[in-house]
Ligand binder design. Structure first.
Ligand code: IVH
Length: 674
């Protein structure tokens, strides 16, 4: 019986894998979606009845339910190299000449050419034909483990063809490839986000990379990621060319790019590059160039690598796509720091997959340097972000009577007089009550890299500020006051209101470094916030610190320290911090500097007045020793540190059998254990 069930399970799994392959890799399904779903249901039922027979690589196990708490570091078996870039055809001829000179006999070199997919690279290991571990490229030497997230990609086989594994002795090997998202799928996702009032993703590549680092594999699975495999690392000596390897990868069941080609001369390579530079928009996914690889693995070995890139491969990068349009208007926008920046409103034009009607002009210096004026015909280009930039003005087409662009004297939103600091190119509105700054600050606070508040996107923030529900980002935590008003807003029902409150409450768990970044202190970026949080551990320590101590942290300079001091000296910010503390945000770091064996991981409650130290000092000592301070006693509290005039907490501690210590005992234990 058991054998029969096992046989049936294998049969179903193999069948499903085959249909997944037909659908996701070949894009040629041979059964209907309904028939496919029936097979999966059958397998699920059989597995439910025989849970001990579920294998991690069963097609039902693609989407795990566990959240990835931390992405572990993975050291790559051999470094994941990057490619030298070339931007013109001469550099390709130069590459070919170097290869011929570097090889014995100066002979002609054969090249494998491939599209350079604009996605995120990944390394995947297989053991005994089964999907094993996936890791990001990271710094090339060490990446992060994203096994569970990569497993959700349906075009990636979890179990390989056994016969071919045997034939090529591929018992343990690694493949590398590029994970990407098709442009149409990306657009659909953004359309949905726009409808939900959420911030848009900037491009398919960033969305792919971001998705791979998400904690919840269920969300990852809902984003249609795809993968092309372009590299096989195996110790099998029988394999002798890259192109043969690509064929083998295909035979094994991997999705390889169908446009790859073998070229017998560099002229042919150049032709391929030219062709794809003009045809790139025909593809359903984004490419940013062509990768040219010496085909013979033996020749690759002889040529070797320099520093971080192989000598035997080069990337031919396409020129950024440009479009021509006209500047209809130049507007000035106020950001969260009060910086007033120029934005060009354009006659709508199609560029790299979307219709563009705005371009950033950066600052006044840029406008003057390029002499950009209203009415000008210009070329625009997309950088890495959604908002493109103006590359150049077509002076010949400038309309008669056009005037140079002047900077504004007053804030376009609140009309306050603008200032232009001597050492900066930016101009600022310094009115703290300026509505535009407020929206920008709240948007930054709620953004993904900061408090990550789901449901609080640009549209919602604009409405809430305009309605007067939000006068600072601290007001986010008392939005519940406006429950009825919010639910009556257009597009808001009970469900979206609840989702918003859930997102707000969840943000209270964000770590101290994220909170510090969210405050929007000028010059304190996400990286600086981590360093500050690690060093000071408690917000109070940072507030108390002088500029010298702040600057003692590596990479933290005077502009940051000055800006921090300025921020906390302002009364309006002090009020905000008090409100955020009351809301329960994290103002203490989890990370400990020294670990005390006795206090490590222990929870403390403080009460009463201690003889020689104040509360903040005691709290600091506890955190540095690896402990945590909470405000109320529960049965999970390990210590009550009690001073004079300890009130009800003392009786509670006695009732719950929590160990009570005084300052002397606290100091003694600390001294002994550090
Ligand atoms: S080969 C030594 N082939 O481009 C081999 N890379 O800087 C290096 N990429 O990180 C990679 N398509 O993410 C290779 N067909 C392709 C590629 C490709 C995209 C990416 C890859 C790599 C970067 C090169």
């Amino acid at each position: 019986m058991a054998n029969l069930i096992e046989k049936k399970l294998k049969e179903l799994r193999d069948k499903i894998s085959e249909h997944e392959y037909n659908y996701y890799v070949l894009a040629q399904p041979v059964i209907s979606d309904y028939e496919f779903d029936q097979l999966v249901k059958e397998l699920e039922t059989l597995e439910k009845e025989n849970p001990h027979l579920i294998t991690p690589n069963s097609p039902t196990q693609r989407v795990g339910s566990d959240l990835t708490k931390e992405f572990n570091d993975i050291r790559h078996k051999s470094p994941m190299l990057s490619l030298t870039n070339s931007y013109n055809e001469n550099e390709l001829f130069e590459f070919d000449r170097r290869n011929r000179e570097g090889l014995p006999g100066n002979e002609k070199v054969e090249y494998a050419v491939e599209l350079k997919i604009d996605g995120a690279s990944v390394s995947i290991t297989y053991e005994k034909g089964l999907y094993n571990i996936a890791a990001t490229r990271g710094d090339g030497v060490t990446g992060e483990e994203i096994t569970n997230n990569v497993k959700t990609i349906r075009s990636l086989p979890l179990k390989l063809n056994e016969k071919i594994i045997e034939k090529y002795e591929l018992h343990s090997f690694e493949v590398r490839g590029e994970i990407f998202m098709e442009v149409e799928a990306f657009r659909q996702l953004n359309k949905q986000r726009e409808a939900d009032g959420e911030k848009l993703f900037s491009n398919p590549r960033n969305l792919t990379a971001g998705t791979l680092k998400m904690q919840d594999p269920q969300i990852v699975a809902s984003r249609p990621l795809d993968i092309f495999i372009y590299y096989l690392l195996s110790e099998n000596e029988k394999l002798d060319s890259h192109f043969e390897n690509l064929k083998l990868l295909k035979e094994l069941g991997f999705k390889t790019n169908p446009e790859s080609k073998l070229c017998s001369s560099i002229e042919e390579v150049v032709k391929y590059c030219r062709e794809w530079e003009t045809r790139r928009d025909e593809l359903p996914y984004e490419i940013d160039g062509v990768v040219v690889k010496v085909n013979s693995l033996e020749q690759q070995r002889i040529l070797g690598s320099i520093a971080k890139s192989p000598r035997w491969a080069i990337a031919y990068k396409f020129k950024a796509k440009q479009s021509k349009t006209k500047i209809a208007e130049i507007n000035w926008q106020v950001g969260r720091t009060g910086a007033v920046t120029p934005v060009a409103h354009l006659e709508p034009v199609f560029l790299a997959g979307s219709t563009i009607s705005r371009a950033t002009l950066h600052n006044m210096e840029e406008i003057e340097r390029k002499d950009i004026r209203v009415g000008d015909s210009v070329f625009i280009e997309k950088g890495g972000d959604v908002i493109p930039k103006v590359v150049s003005v077509i002076l010949d087409e400038r309309p008669a009577g056009s005037k140079p662009t002047e900077p504004p004297k007053n804030c376009p939103v609140c009309n306050a007089e603008l200032i232009s600091p001597e050492d900066e190119v930016a101009i600022y509105c310094v009115n703290a009550l300026c509505g535009a700054q407020l929206k920008g600050k709240i948007e930054h606070f709620a953004s993904r890299g900061a408090m990550d508040i789901e449901g609080l996107g640009t549209a919602a923030i604009n409405t809430f500020v305009e309605k007067g529900f939000l006068n600072s980002y601290a007001d986010i935590y008392s939005l519940e006051k406006y429950k009825n008003e919010i639910q009556e807003l257009e597009g808001y029902g009970e469900k979206s209101y609840n989702k918003l409150i859930e997102g707000i409450n969840k943000s209270k768990e964000r770590p101290f470094a994220k909170v510090l970044f969210a405050l929007g202190i000028r010059f304190v970026g996400a990286g600086a916030a981590v360093k500050l949080a690690d060093h000071f551990l408690l917000l109070e320590n940072l507030i108390k610190a002088d500029e010298e101590e702040i600057e003692s942290i590596p990479d933290i300079g005077p502009s940051i320290s000055k800006s921090i001091k300025e921020f906390f000296s302002k009364e309006e910010n002090q009020i905000i911090i008090t409100k955020l503390k009351a809301a329960g945000l994290n103002f203490q770091a989890e990370k400990k500097v020294k670990t005390s064996s006795v206090f490590d991981g222990k929870t403390f409650v403080l009460t009463g007045t201690l003889p020689s130290m104040n509360r903040e000092e005691a709290k600091d000592k506890i955190i540095r020793a690896g402990g945590k301070v909470v405000s109320s006693i529960s049965k999970n509290t390990n210590y009550l540190l009690a001073g004079e005039k300890a009130g009800s907490k003392l009786t509670q501690a006695e009732k719950l059998d929590v160990k009570i210590i005084d300052e002397d005992e606290f100091k003694k234990i600390l001294a002994e254990s550090l």
